[in-house]
Design a protein around this ligand. Structure first.
Ligand SMILES: Nc1ncnc2c1ncn2[C@@H]1O[C@H](COP(=O)(O)OP(=O)(O)OP(=O)(O)O)[C@@H](O)[C@H]1O
Ligand SMILES: [Mg+2]
Length: 225
């Protein structure tokens, strides 16, 4: 089993939205997946409560139980665990980072978010785990994206070669316990999630991805060649 943690010290950057969407993408890819909700706000769990489908499993747990629960998930045949971490809680972010095989750090392209991203990168860097910043709530145009990408580069951090734009499909889907890709199957948000899932899989399941020939985003191919 592999573990993907979605961590940001900033609130409202799309952590839960990505955790649930990536979980549904993993299911579609044939994986047994569970979301572990470490956030006292329990947004992912609330999303599951409003969802008609029985899967993916979403389990709200106290962070102190994470190690045990991950082991139990692995023993029962889970392929992928996704941790949805809360904002502001440093100790919980440490716990999530420690257990992760790969970490996504959602970040809005805005100056205060870059400050929070820097703190989150410092925090996850403590465990030296593979991590990447993923830009969320991106406008269609604007210099903020280039500025934020430059800030990530200057911190020698990796940036996901997929941008998540500000799209109503993400929030509307959640009203009925869906993900953006279920809400608008052929929509642009659905394509973004597909690409982000493929990128996360390159880190989480590298051999399998090479074997199944999933398209590599150009930037990543270049950086690994
Ligand atoms: N790319 C997006 N475009 C538009 N709306 C979005 C996008 N991503 C998330 N949202 C909406 O923004 C709000 C915050 O998203 P979400 O709950 O995923 O953030 P979060 O980082 O988990 O927040 P918290 O820190 O409170 O846990 C939600 O209402 C969600 O529907
Ligand atoms: Mg959340």
């Amino acid at each position: 089993m592999k573990t993907l943690a979605i961590i940001s010290q900033k609130g409202g950057v799309g952590k839960t939205t990505l955790a649930t969407a990536l979980a549904v993408a993993a299911e579609k890819d044939g994986k047994i997946v569970a979301v572990f909700d470490l956030d006292p706000q329990a947004s992912a769990t609330f999303w599951k409560d409003t969802r008609e489908a029985d899967t993916p499993a979403v389990v709200a747990i106290p962070p102190s139980r994470l190690q045990h629960v991950l082991k139990a998930a692995e023993d029962t045949g889970c392929d992928l665990a996704i941790i949805d971490a809360p904002p502001f809680a440093k100790d919980i972010a440490f716990e999530a980072a420690q257990r992760a095989d790969f970490i996504l750090i959602p970040t809005r392209p805005a100056v205060l978010d870059v400050m929070a991203m820097t703190k989150t990168l410092e925090l996850v860097g403590h465990y030296n785990k593979p991590a990447a910043v993923v830009l969320t709530f991106c406008p269609i145009q604007g210099r903020e994206i280039a500025d934020t990408e430059l800030a990530v580069k200057q911190l020698n951090a990796e940036i996901a070669p997929v941008r998540i734009h500000n799209r109503v499909a993400y929030s509307r889907a959640q009203q009925t316990g869906l993900t953006a890709q279920e809400f608008e199957t052929d929509g642009k948000a659905a394509e973004e999630i597909k690409q982000l899932y493929a990128y996360a899989c390159m880190h989480l399941f590298p051999t399998k991805i090479e074997a199944t020939n999933v398209v590599r985003p150009a930037k990543l191919t270049a950086s690994r060649s």
